[in-house]
Design a protein. Structure first.
Length: 360
């Protein structure tokens, strides 16, 4: 059931901005297509098989992690303790033959503990740079909301620009680079809420839920076949992909064709969250104090391209856009105090937006 009723007034359609012509030597984006979508499907299936060895259920989380890796973004995982957030992140890292670092965030964690620092080398009588754990292909920030705001801000440059600055020296991060952060929404003591600027840097935010009874029984059966409750995260060459494979997937995803109608559909969804769009929602301003930014449009488009690629298509359809719209928008829509008091969630607002915006 919709939370709002549509406005009876139909606004005039926005005047499109003129699009500059592509350079003569550059192939138009509309004609670039992935060379082999079937190969991309095989690589994605290989990662799914690796996940099935250590994670029961949680298909939505698995797909979100794979899509974020292919789309070239970062992901925030939220759930209560004990739902295998860290296990899922480490499983993704074991799917890729790159470097992996895990940082357990605490209130006394300093920015230098993440990005690195300069120390004096007595042998050479010079300052040398020691890089921090963020200089890896996949970085897991466990319980990121336990780190202080100063430490959280140290990740902004790394997440936004793929580089860090240590002692005035700019150091590029290894590529591909991806941050997987986890947080516990229940505990409040000793935690620091992530600022909106950093939340917006995460391409997706996924929420883990409790498994079903059947899935929990399957989890116990899986543990019964192992000699230890601790999972082995060693890479299996038959089920892992190389860094070259990740680079191929990212390049191929960017080449997936997106029609003008689908682009307008993406923009319409995001602008509707800001009270605009082709069909503005009456009363939205009383529940949403800040809608999604244009970065959400970019993230939604990139995730849709990645979804189309691993589905074996070289073009995006509206269902690709809607498949993970909640993960892309839920942390970018800020609700009013009245909405929070009434128990309304961002997912409910997104449901209303998706049902209101016309599908091309």
């Amino acid at each position: 059931m919709s939370l709002f009723s549509n406005s009876s007034e139909t606004p005039l359609p926005p005047v499109p901005n003129p699009v500059p012509a592509a350079p003569a030597l550059q192939q138009p984006a509309a004609t670039r297509t992935p060379e082999n979508p079937q190969h991309a499907m095989q690589l994605a299936q290989r990662m799914r098989e690796r996940f099935s060895q250590g994670l029961v259920g949680q298909e939505q989380l698995r797909e979100s992690l794979i899509l974020t890796l292919i789309a070239g973004g970062h992901i925030l995982i939220e759930s209560v303790p004990g739902l295998a957030k860290t296990t899922a992140a480490r499983l993704l890292a074991s799917c890729v033959s790159g470097t992996f670092k895990r940082v357990q965030c605490t209130p006394d964690l300093m920015p230098a503990d993440l990005i690195g620092t300069q120390v004096f080398d007595f042998a050479s009588q010079k300052m040398i740079t020691q890089i921090g754990p963020v200089h890896a292909n996949i970085v897991l920030l466990d319980e990121i909301n336990r780190s202080s705001a100063k430490t959280q801000s140290a990740m902004l440059e790394a997440m936004a620009e793929g580089a860090t600055t240590i002692g005035g020296e700019r150091i590029s991060l290894p590529q591909p680079f991806m941050v997987i952060a986890t947080q516990n929404p229940i505990e409040e003591e000793g935690t620091y809420t992530l600022p909106e600027a950093q939340m917006d840097r995460f391409m997706m935010k996924t929420i883990m839920t409790y498994p079903s009874s059947q899935q929990e029984v399957a989890m116990l059966s899986l543990l019964g076949n192992q000699s230890s409750d601790t999972m082995n995260f060693e890479r299996d060459e038959t089920q892992s992909i190389t860094l070259s494979d990740v680079a191929y997937l990212r390049s191929a995803a960017r080449s997936v064709h997106v029609s003008e109608d689908v682009k307008k559909y993406v923009v319409d969804i995001v602008s509707t969250s800001r009270g605009a769009g082709t069909r503005p929602i009456k009363g939205l301003s009383s529940l949403v104090r800040l809608g999604a930014s244009p970065r959400a449009s970019i993230s939604l488009l990139r995730v849709a391209q990645a979804q189309a690629l691993i589905s074996g298509r070289d073009y995006v359809i509206p269902e690709d856009v809607k498949s993970h719209v909640h993960d892309v928008l839920r942390h970018r829509i800020l609700l009013t105090f009245e909405a929070l008091a009434d128990g309304i969630t961002a997912d409910q607002v997104i449901d209303t937006i998706v049902s209101t915006v016309p599908v091309p």
